[in-house]
Design a protein around this ligand. Structure first.
Ligand SMILES: [Zn+2]
Length: 320
């Protein structure tokens, strides 16, 4: 079952945000930069933020009540992360597969991989199946599927309790083949953040054996992996900043992303997505003010309150 065991990652790159780690830049460890894997301290770090956010989102998704992303602050925040992935041409196919699985599990309590292949991009069938497998193993890592018994992959990887209770919490009557976009983004955002969390932990442990978490989804090229950093880098920027700050400038964002070789039109696209001036950019992450020259971004006060709550919880925990 080790589909990726042959993959060797280079140590001089952060495999989450994509920055090159130069010698003398005091890398704390190989495979990760200090933004994505801050030193463990009593402070509330972005890694704490991501794992607490995922835990709290999961508690809410397990409640067998209708999922109302707008009424539950953490679900709204993870939906915004999912919205960023939905804007990413490559990652979108995985979000779409997850949406299809959720709908089918809600309606039939099972899923069939044949259905998933419809939303996968690829030049031939073999490549498409590879993507479906990538997605299924990613969902196994993130606890939405679990190991079962049977001849077929959908029997060997069956819906977990989490996916079943999540599927119970969506309005089946309104469903056709797709989920309402905000709900689809919420589920995808939750899975992707959990995937980032697992991948960071796997990299911290020295990247042994096959990759787990979001790295499962990375595109493969010539035996190596490519980082979908147009998604991972802005996510790490936004959550790192939100961990410590209430606002940031367009210049901060441009400097940070340029260091990760995101420049030109791609960089403009990130800025414009955040400023909500591109079609389909529907998120509540920040409010944007344009001073005639540059944007100034301020985080949603509801999200700042999530940070304060989780930070306070960590502070209280560390006193026990
Ligand atoms: Zn990084």
């Amino acid at each position: 079952m080790s589909i990726d065991s042959h993959i060797q990652l280079s140590k001089d790159r952060c495999w989450i945000c994509g920055i090159k780690l130069f010698p003398g830049q005091v890398p704390l460890q190989p495979y990760l930069c200090y933004w994505c894997s801050p030193e463990k301290t009593y402070e509330f770090t972005v890694k704490d933020f991501i794992s607490d956010l995922v835990k709290e989102a999961e508690e809410n998704l397990r409640q067998k009540m209708l999922i109302k992303c707008e009424e539950i602050d953490v679900l709204s925040l993870v939906a915004d992360i999912g919205a960023l992935a939905a804007h990413h041409t490559y990652l979108k196919q995985f979000s779409d597969m997850l949406g299809l699985i959720t709908v089918q599990v809600a309606l039939e309590h099972r899923y069939t991989p044949q259905k998933l292949i419809k939303v996968v991009s690829g030049t031939n069938k073999a490549e498409k199946w590879k993507r479906v497998r990538q997605c299924l193993y990613f969902l196994l890592d993130t606890g939405l599927l679990e190991r079962g018994e049977g001849r077929y992959i959908y029997e060997r990887l069956r819906p977990s309790d989490l996916l079943l209770s999540l599927a119970d919490s969506i309005e089946v009557i309104e469903l056709k083949e797709t989920l309402p976009p905000r709900l689809a983004n919420c589920i995808a955002g939750y899975a992707l953040l959990k995937g980032i969390n697992y991948s960071i932990e796997w990299l911290q442990r020295g990247a042994q054996n096959e990759p787990i978490g979001i790295i499962r989804l990375y595109p493969r090229k010539a035996g190596g992996l490519m980082i979908p950093k147009l998604f991972t880098a802005p996510v790490m920027f936004l959550l790192s900043y939100l961990t410590r700050n209430d606002e940031f400038s367009e210049e901060d964002l441009r400097r940070w992303l340029s260091a990760r070789e995101i420049r030109g039109k791609l960089l403009d696209r990130c800025v414009n997505w955040l400023a909500r001036v591109v079609p389909g950019s529907v998120h509540k992450l920040v409010s944007a003010q344009f001073d005639g020259y540059l944007y100034h971004f301020r985080f949603n006060p509801i999200y700042m309150r999530i940070r304060e709550r989780l930070r306070e919880r960590k502070r209280r925990r560390s006193y026990i």
